[in-house]
Design a protein around this ligand. Structure first.
Ligand SMILES: *[C@@H]1O[C@H](CO)[C@@H](O)[C@H](O)[C@H]1NC(C)=O
Ligand SMILES: *[C@@H]1O[C@H](CO)[C@@H](O)[C@H](O)[C@H]1NC(C)=O
Ligand SMILES: *[C@@H]1O[C@H](CO)[C@@H](O)[C@H](O)[C@H]1NC(C)=O
Ligand SMILES: *[C@@H]1O[C@H](CO)[C@@H](O)[C@H](O)[C@H]1NC(C)=O
Ligand SMILES: *[C@@H]1O[C@H](CO)[C@@H](O)[C@H](O)[C@H]1NC(C)=O
Ligand SMILES: *[C@@H]1O[C@H](CO)[C@@H](O)[C@H](O)[C@H]1NC(C)=O
Length: 350
């Protein structure tokens, strides 16, 4: 396990403040003791892969806790549970709705709308610690999606809130909530994970239909300077018609348990794996929730499990942010499905 501890140099950080960060509880640090807990890949990733094949349609999910997150959360989109007492949430605040065009214009199907992207920090009791605004008034890329924590940074996407548009990939420091714009891509991107072993970023576009890969080993020389667009190293269409992945976490490179390996042709060796949650709207009103382990390179689902639980407000619990952990040898999922008035639901697989 690798844990970083970074002393706060308050004056240095204050002068580097680019984002507008509203500190709601000044006596609480963004991370306890300013320590950076390990990522899934270097902590519970291997256990997640071992336990996942026990999950199926008939799994009993016991509700462990239900915690109201204070304030108006807007639309929560992604969540990284960093240590036992911090939840970093990417959330959208929509000020002008998008409206559908009669037919596509410039490859997309709706007006840009307007809004702001936020990163919120909550503690385990649902108390708001900080609220950063990542975008400026009038920014067209104001939609933030799934997020991933790699043991040092958070990774996020800022996109136009419409398909076939553009996105800027950003790195956010959880100790300061300052972001760094890394590169731009000529597509809407929602989910993102950082494979810390290959140093690849994998991003998912609208509905998670395409996965694109970027090598940070080529950064910055192989990347087009901003605001230019950089083409991905590779792109893979999503082969599954199960749920559209909304929020994913890199969990490491692992040998597949036999039950999983047979589903992908018995591939030997370690595979790069992410955990994802999401929903699929089937027909006009049926929302199927689900979670999956997915091979990052091929996008082949290694194990898929439907999730039937709904929030007290009637929303599928896998609609928006999700994270996972192994606690006392059991798998837990952390879900924040509702907009505006959000409750964190924690379930454990029996
Ligand atoms: C923060 O800490 C200071 C000094 O210990 C104390 O005076 C203040 O009441 C605390 N504020 C809150 C909101 O707890
Ligand atoms: C974060 O700040 C924005 C204004 O910039 C506000 O609309 C939103 O409600 C705040 N979020 C929370 C959870 O308080
Ligand atoms: C379509 O793209 C053209 C060229 O970039 C631009 O001038 C025009 O405003 C765009 N139309 C809309 C509706 O966005
Ligand atoms: C976006 O582009 C893809 C690929 O060209 C196309 O299949 C899809 O229909 C487009 N989506 C919209 C909403 O225009
Ligand atoms: C997926 O990406 C490829 C290559 O970048 C592109 O040609 C294709 O239209 C994309 N498909 C969708 C559904 O976005
Ligand atoms: C928030 O949702 C809970 C149910 O999860 C409900 O009891 C409560 O009244 C709601 N609060 C507001 C302000 O809408």
């Amino acid at each position: 396990m690798k844990a970083y501890s970074i002393a706060f140099a308050a004056s240095v950080i204050a002068s580097a403040m680019a984002n507008d960060v509203s500190v709601v509880r000044p006596n609480e640090s963004f991370l306890p003791n300013n320590a950076l807990p390990p990522s899934h890949a270097t902590s519970d990733g291997a256990s997640i892969v071992q336990l996942f094949p026990n999950l199926g349609r008939s799994t009993t999910w016991n509700l462990i806790s239900r915690t109201k997150f204070e304030g108006d959360t807007g639309e929560p989109e992604g969540m990284a549970r960093i240590g036992d007492d911090r939840y970093f949430i990417s959330a959208g605040q929509w000020t002008v709705p998008t409206t559908k065009y009669p037919q596509p214009i410039n490859g997309t199907d709706r007006t840009p709308g307007a809004g702001f992207a936020h990163t919120l920090i909550y503690d385990g009791q649902g108390r708001l610690i900080a609220n950063a605004t990542l975008t400026k008034p009038g920014d067209i890329e104001y939609h933030t999606g799934g997020i991933d924590y790699d043991g040092r940074y958070l990774w996020a996407t800022l996109s136009q809130y419409r398909p076939n548009s553009t996105a800027t990939i950003v790195q956010i420091d959880p100790l300061t909530l300052q972001k760094k714009d890394m590169f731009r891509t000529k597509d809407h991107n929602g989910g993102i994970v950082h494979d810390t072993i290959t140093d690849d970023l994998v991003t998912l576009n609208w509905g998670g239909r395409n996965a694109t890969t970027w090598s940070l080993r080529d950064y910055p020389h192989g990347f087009t300077p901003l605001p230019g667009f950089t083409a991905p190293k590779s792109s893979v269409p999503e082969p599954s018609f199960f749920v559209d992945y909304q929020d994913c976490k890199f969990i490491g490179h692992h040998a597949l348990p036999d039950a999983m390996a047979v589903r992908v042709g018995g591939q030997g060796g370690k595979r790069p794996i992410m955990f994802c949650g999401g929903v699929a709207t089937i027909g006009t009103s049926f929302n199927l929730g689900g979670i999956a382990l997915v091979d990052l390179e091929t996008m082949l689902p290694l194990w898929e499990v439907p999730i039937a639980m709904k929030s007290d407000l009637g929303v599928s619990v896998t609609q928006n942010p999700i994270d996972i952990a192994v606690v006392d040898g059991k798998l837990r999922i952390y879900c924040l499905p509702d907009q505006h008035n959000s409750t964190l639901y924690v379930y454990e697989a029996a």
